[in-house]
Design a protein around this ligand. Structure first.
Ligand code: NAD
Length: 330
């Protein structure tokens, strides 16, 4: 039984806490939030201990793993400090996405995990669905053939007008991670961004072209100007032997083999499938616990989180300079 703590008791920290408490392999022993009342309330719900500083948490608890679900600017500026402290203490970390909104901090986090030989994972939960696992299996079995293109779309509505790069830095680690999951490393990018009517700060709609290291090509349409009523995430993978589409993260997988008119459709079961998007947290956190317990390399690692942010920074440079940009490799 792994003893786990959650740092950051906001909406997402609450979901992490519930996942650890419900998992038979983990026990939520502590919650930490600099807002004492939030830490107390969440800790009380799970009969865990409450802390208002990371130092105090690490001094008083023997932990096997920690989730960092803080937020900050572009939903990522508060991750660095707690993650570095927990890694320094030698405890495996699952950090929310983006790994950091600051690429230099993200690089330092990955370097620290390597230096201390401690596991660092990122909550890139969109790839942790039965549909994505099934498509990965088809790919590994050779049914897709060689990946030739990936078309990705991720959109919803953010009625606010956040800082310029919030949309790409805070949201698209998810879509870029799913593209990398099926297409491998991304080598070069070209990006156009647009501000929807009424937005003066946020580059809230974007079009990103990518070239994978394999030579395959890809595209992402991203937007925070659409609606919550309709499809929010779609991934189409075109291979030399077949084409597949994942609709809405987990709702449906379609596979169309190139040499047959027969199409395979896997619908998310209503009795046994995922019931809600939040189930992606349950699956992702379950995998994290399993891999920490086994001491094996993590799926959706710190390196994967960093690679997604490197693609994002290259996309920002491309938009600013009107150029095709190389992605920095670590
Ligand atoms: N994976 C997903 O699907 C998904 C979805 C939404 C949000 N997120 C991510 O989850 C994270 C948290 O989002 P949220 O909406 O819960 O944020 P939030 O602002 O509601 O909560 C963050 C909490 O962290 C606390 N905090 C900040 N720095 C701290 C520190 N050094 N020590 C202790 N506590 C600290 C704050 O007091 C706050 O209570 C963000 O990074 C966001 O990008 C992930």
């Amino acid at each position: 039984m792994l003893k786990v703590a959650v740092i950051g008791a906001g909406n997402i920290g609450k979901i992490h806490a519930r996942c650890y408490a419900d998992n038979a392999q983990s026990q939520l022993v502590a919650v930490c939030d600099m807002a004492r009342d939030k830490a107390d309330a969440l800790a009380q719900e799970f009969t865990a201990k409450s802390y208002s500083s990371v130092e105090e948490l690490l001094e008083n608890e023997e932990l096997d793993a920690v989730s960092v679900a803080t937020a900050g600017v572009e939903n990522g500026s508060h991750h660095f400090e707690p993650v570095m402290k927990v890694l320094e203490a030698g405890v495996p970390v699952l950090c929310e996405k983006p790994i950091s909104n600051d690429i230099n901090e993200a690089r330092q986090m990955v370097a620290k995990a390597k230096e201390k030989n401690v596991l660092l994972g990122i909550n890139l939960n969109h790839r942790f669905t039965p549909a994505a696992a099934r498509l990965k299996q088809l790919q590994q079995d050779g049914a897709l053939g060689e990946v030739l293109f990936i078309n990705m779309a991720l959109w919803f509505l953010n009625p606010n007008d956040p800082p310029p790069w919030h949309h790409i830095r805070a949201l698209h680690p998810h879509s870029i991670d799913v593209m990398r999951f099926f297409g491998g490393d991304i080598k070069r990018v070209q990006c156009f961004m647009h501000k929807a009517p009424g937005k003066t700060s946020s580059w809230s709609t974007l079009s990103l072209n990518v070239q994978f290291a394999s030579g395959a090509v890809g595209h992402l349409t991203g937007s925070q100007d659409m609606s919550w009523n309709h499809a929010i995430e779609r991934c189409e993978v075109g291979g030399s032997k077949g084409r597949a589409i994942i609709e809405n993260v987990f709702q449906r997988l379609e596979f169309m083999p190139r040499d047959s008119p027969e199409k395979t459709v896997l619908e998310n079961g209503i009795m046994s499938g995922m019931s809600h998007f939040d189930d992606t947290f349950k699956i992702r956190i379950g995998k994290f616990i399993e891999q920490v317990a086994a001491g094996e390399p993590l799926a959706a690692s710190g390196e994967d989180g960093l690679a997604a942010q490197e693609v994002i920074e290259a996309a920002i440079r491309s938009h600013q300079n009107g150029t095709v940009e190389d992605v920095i490799e670590n």
